[in-house]
Design a binder for this molecule. Sequence first.
Ligand code: ATP
Ligand code: SF4
Ligand code: MG
Length: 329
Amino acid sequence: MNAVLSVSDLSLRFSTPDGEVEAVSNVNLDIKKGECLGVVGESGSGKTQLFISLMGLLADNGRISGSAKFQGKELIGMPLRELNKIRGDKISMIFQDPMTSLTPHMRVGKQMAEVLIHHRGMSASDARKRALDILDLVRIPEAEKRLSMFPHEFSGGMRQRVMIAMGLLCEPELLIADEPTTALDVTVQAQILDLISDLKNETGTAIALVTHDLGVVAGLCDRVVVMYAGQFVETGDLRSIFYEPQHPYTRGLLQSMPRLDQIKDENLIAIPGQPPNLQNLPDGCKFQERCPYVHDMCLDQDPTLQPVEEGHMKACHLGGFDEHGEVVA
Ligand SMILES: Nc1ncnc2c1ncn2[C@@H]1O[C@H](COP(=O)(O)OP(=O)(O)OP(=O)(O)O)[C@@H](O)[C@H]1O
Ligand code: SF4
Ligand SMILES: [Mg+2]
């Protein structure tokens, strides 16, 4: 099946007063129709910038190279007018902070209707009906009344739902959801994730789900990429990442994740140290300062992604891990 989004050799650099930093290094990914790809990694690993940049929303000091094709069309370097037509219609992006995507001084109903009138050519009354339906879909009570409210009049959780509703309005082919539920309490989070899952199953929308929460990934994603310091360090289907992780960083993330079957958190082991400073990355493997398995080769040779088995890749000099978690020579 053809990929809805196909990214190859994408890199992203920022110029800063202290020199240039590479926030995303040479990444490749495909997302197919009806598929959900989870992008995980600690804060600063480049998850958000990866998607921001291919949507043409990069900061002025950023520079992108490589290719990102949406339904076969190159997004990198696409004229803004053309990109604007795709953005918000065929590709939707929802963020952790709803205030970044909602216009503060415009009533919610009007904002939603304008999207539909602009992108879909709907009449004002059809657009209003559709806005109501979609607010119902994201389980906003008293939707009719809420249409005439301003974003700041909603609670945080409600505002998040409104933003998700905005993202779903045009039934996008690709939904990029960046930490869509992080600010919400657990119950609302579960409802929103159900909603995204229904959307995927019912409409075949391809989803890129950016999160630091592996629990969210487990519930929704088919495939996972693990990012560290702007690089993909492991990629695979959900099962291989959760049950046969081959990169020490992925293993660290899994060990630091609370699980429902553990009553106490005593088995949780946090990854030692801090995410690396992009200004000051080591030669060799970027994870070396935090890796319990670091050895000579890691200090000066940066590992590249290599196949472990069909559809599963890792960037690490170790032979891998067996089912007991022992290192394979
Ligand atoms: N305009 C900019 N100039 C310089 N560096 C930037 C700029 N924008 C982002 N960065 C850097 O790029 C890196 C990647 O940031 P990004 O926001 O993609 O991380 P993230 O993985 O989404 O983190 P989080 O989980 O905290 O959202 C960070 O180190 C960040 O400081
Ligand atoms: S390459 Fe070396 S330092 Fe990097 S993750 Fe593998 S063992 Fe650890
Ligand atoms: Mg982010």
